[in-house]
Design a binder for this molecule. Structure first.
Ligand code: ATR
Length: 295
């Protein structure tokens, strides 16, 4: 951790809950490796205090904030200048306070894309299936839509939410999109890559999975779960049993943090430092190396 002094710039995570966040580990280690005098802290904020938290952080001279569940959309009204990605997704995970202005960014899509590309996932020409249609699904869907994919399949408990997401994507992209609920999917519909974006299977309810039929995984190349705790969700276990390659959400979390750090501190983190911090994160989170994690 940086030696705190009168020049230390503070950054923090606004969310609820925040107790289990890995972001302070990532950001404080990046700061140490980069030799930047900054400290990253978690701030648990109640819903009724989100506005005060953002304006208060700006007033206190914080450099910026990360914003996480459940406030990524709630902070939009307080942002003065929204970057293109955040504008399209209508969600902000990174705030920056500069020149008396509040800037809003969304680095989740970058995090997911970088994580996928690093692991050899190719999007072009593929049929992509997304489980869920909430905030996280939105980032995933827009990231995929930009990648010259063949088509999208959205599966959600509430059909209307998936239909709304489809309409939002169609405002920007001319892409074939089918929507289903979990009750009316045909398990045998072909899909190359499936992203699991719901909270189902997250610690402590680790035996839950939005998909029950093992046939759902037949012919799939990659299963990606944005959950990173546990490292292998039931969804990923089922995929692995069917011979499908599996990737969890830890690297996505890591690369969205890298991009946020670069935005706040106006630096480019050298690849060597990125690699070192990612290894330390895997060890910290799972006592494992990244090679052991990706199967
Ligand atoms: P996030 O920002 O993490 O995506 P969210 O916007 O609240 O959070 O979205 C949660 C997603 O998980 C939604 O797609 C939600 O489905 P609904 O639109 O039907 O609410 C899905 N989800 C959460 N709990 C679920 C459950 N028990 N069964 C099925 N889907 C669930």
């Amino acid at each position: 951790m940086t030696n705190i002094n009168g020049k230390t710039r503070t950054v923090g995570l606004i969310g609820n809950p925040v107790e289990h966040t890995l972001s302070p580990f990532i950001h404080n280690l990046l700061a140490e490796k980069m030799g930047i005098n900054t400290a990253y802290l978690p701030f648990q904020v109640k819903t009724e205090n989100v506005k005060n938290a953002v304006l208060g952080a700006k007033a206190l001279g914080l450099l910026g904030n990360n914003v996480t569940i459940p406030y990524k959309t709630d902070v939009l009204p307080f942002v003065d200048i929204l970057d293109d990605e955040a504008q399209v997704v209508q969600a902000v995970n990174t705030l920056k306070y500069k020149n008396d202005q509040i800037y809003g960014f969304n680095t989740d899509g970058y995090g997911l894309r970088t994580s996928c590309l690093n692991n050899g996932i190719i999007f072009e020409g593929k049929t992509i299936c997304i489980l869920g249609a909430g905030g996280a699904a939105k980032s995933v869907a827009f990231m995929c839509a930009k990648e010259n994919i063949k088509n999208l399949i959205l599966i959600n408990r509430t059909l209307e939410t998936a239909q709304e997401l489809r309409s939002n994507i169609h405002k920007y992209f001319d892409l074939p999109i089918d929507v289903f609920t979990f009750d009316d999917i045909d398990s045998h519909t072909r899909k190359n890559i499936c992203f699991q974006t719901t909270s189902i299977g997250m610690h402590p309810l680790i035996d839950a999975c939005p998909i029950e039929d093992p046939a759902f995984f037949n012919g799939m190349e990659w299963a990606v779960d944005i959950i990173y705790n546990p490292s292998e969700t039931k969804f990923l276990k089922m995929a692995l049993s069917a011979g499908v390659k599996a990737l969890n959400g830890l690297e996505m979390l890591f690369y969205q943090a890298v991009k946020s750090f670069e935005i706040w501190h106006e630096v480019v983190i050298p690849n060597q430092i990125v690699g070192e911090v990612l290894l330390r994160l895997c060890d910290f989170a799972y006592n494992r190396t990244i090679k052991e994690m990706v199967k």
